[in-house]
Write a protein of this length. Sequence first.
Length: 493
Amino acid sequence: MACYVKINYTLFYGGNIMTRTYHSKKPVMPLGILVIAIAVGIAGSLLSFVYLKINQVCPIVYLCVLCALGFGSLMGLVAYGLIKVMKIRSAFSAAVGVILGCVIFTLFKWALYVQWDYEKFYYEPAKKESAFVYYEFCVDFADCTDDTKLQELSSYSIYSDEDLELVVNAMKNMTMYDYATMTGNVEDYISEGYSEQELNGITAFDFFYKDLVKGESAGSAMEAIHNAYKMNVYEFYYEYLGKEPVADVPYLLSHPKYMWSSIKEINKVGRWSYSSRPRYSSANTNTDTDQNLINGVLLWIVWGAELLMICIPAVVIAVKRAEKPFIESEKRWAVINDSDGFMFKPPAIAQSAVQAIKADPDSLFACEHLSTRPGTAPYFKVRIYHSSNYDENYIDLLLKSYVPKNRSYTETIMIKYLYVDKDFVYKLFKESSQDIPFSYTESYSSPGVMESIDTSGAGSFDSELLPMASEMDELKLPSDEPGSSDIYKKFDQ
């Protein structure tokens, strides 16, 4: 005669339904967040040099995408290592730490990008050109003066302070209207928005050079012209006059508004090209010759996608590491046993077996055990996470499917971190004909359900709450009680 013991594995704690899968008891770890953020921020900032250089020379967009994904994966591995070493078992803390780290290195990366942009399109060209020539300090007065000496001066060279003084004084004593009249350009200046009154109210020197001279005296003008004659544009404008700060990384990071305005200027012109290679452009790029550049809203979308391709892999890798089972009683991560011996043949409808195993892990043993891979047929594989003495155990149930095109198996996680007792593990080793790695006396259930098994916020539970089959014939719950799952055990009498 046979009887069935009806056991309910669903427990109620504080009004919540107890789950049988692993949940960390550490929802927030502030120190973990801080350490991960700093480490990812520093590592990402250092890697930004390499990442931006690759993007400058990489000719294929697909490779740039792979580069971004690789960048993010490396940041995830940095976090992965810290989580493992520091025993950070909070997925939330891992995610927040990585996101903060991504913010840190993204700011640095943009500051570095803007600095290189200024160097390529502003500073380097400025260092190659004479300030005297660029700012046209020596004007050809042949058409606007009767002074024989001035007429003899070359437009782009000077010979003495006396010659310079002639030029300065002539321009200081001439209104801009007189200059425009003598050169026949009055209508041009008026079309640009200047009135006759405005042109008569300013000297030619002030109109052209006031912003390029320190002070108002003739001596200041002479000093500026002398320096312009000796300096390149970069030295004259940025170092002598100090009109604008040099946009290097420290300055940009300490002046985010300036960096943001620079980024917007770059966006107006474009960054990526539809043709050939990604272009390293700036606000100084000639759009007349670069019609294929992506700019505006579309470029913001490209930049946003790039950011996501970096951050998402980093967060996913870190979170998966933090979610792994941790043995609180031993203060260590669970040991992983990924033996190929734990293989089973699934039924025709694999999902039905999965649901049964979720309700009763022992249902797995109703499937045929496989000693070798079944050729190209799909099969179940069990991965065990266990404490050192196997008193606390969790399993993943994997569905392995063969892909002929790749001649390899794909892996689908059907059940993740399901708690199983020592009985189950014993049966698993015994079924696969492997040596039992722990001392064990067969019984219905092993003691000590670990505190890592948690509800969604409700806390831990004790195995003593579970009814033992040896202590009762039948346990009945009201049929309308929510969340109950019935598991039947057969015992021969």
